[in-house]
Design a protein around this ligand. Sequence first.
Ligand SMILES: [Zn+2]
Ligand SMILES: [Zn+2]
Length: 94
Amino acid sequence: MAYSGNLTCRDCGLTFTATWGSVTGADEYRCASDHVVYVEARWGTVLSPGGSGAEGTTLAQLRGLCPSCSTELITGCLPSCPVCRGRDHDVMLN
Ligand SMILES: [Zn+2]
Ligand SMILES: [Zn+2]
């Protein structure tokens, strides 16, 4: 399920607009630097919307690490705050 809305950072109070969540047939993963990677749910194949060069590899081949910065990819998390990089937000869906 993909979401879009306003997120208010509980750490610094910034409100920003973002989209997040899984898309049809693929789960959204984010790394510590907030690079987004979509992983096809059935085969674990990476579908990267921004063209990171990792398309067609699997999450297992990446060892669960971001193809751009090699930090751990986590699914089901909110976008990080653009100011303080926190991930604890109040969510107001559009
Ligand atoms: Zn913040
Ligand atoms: Zn990354």
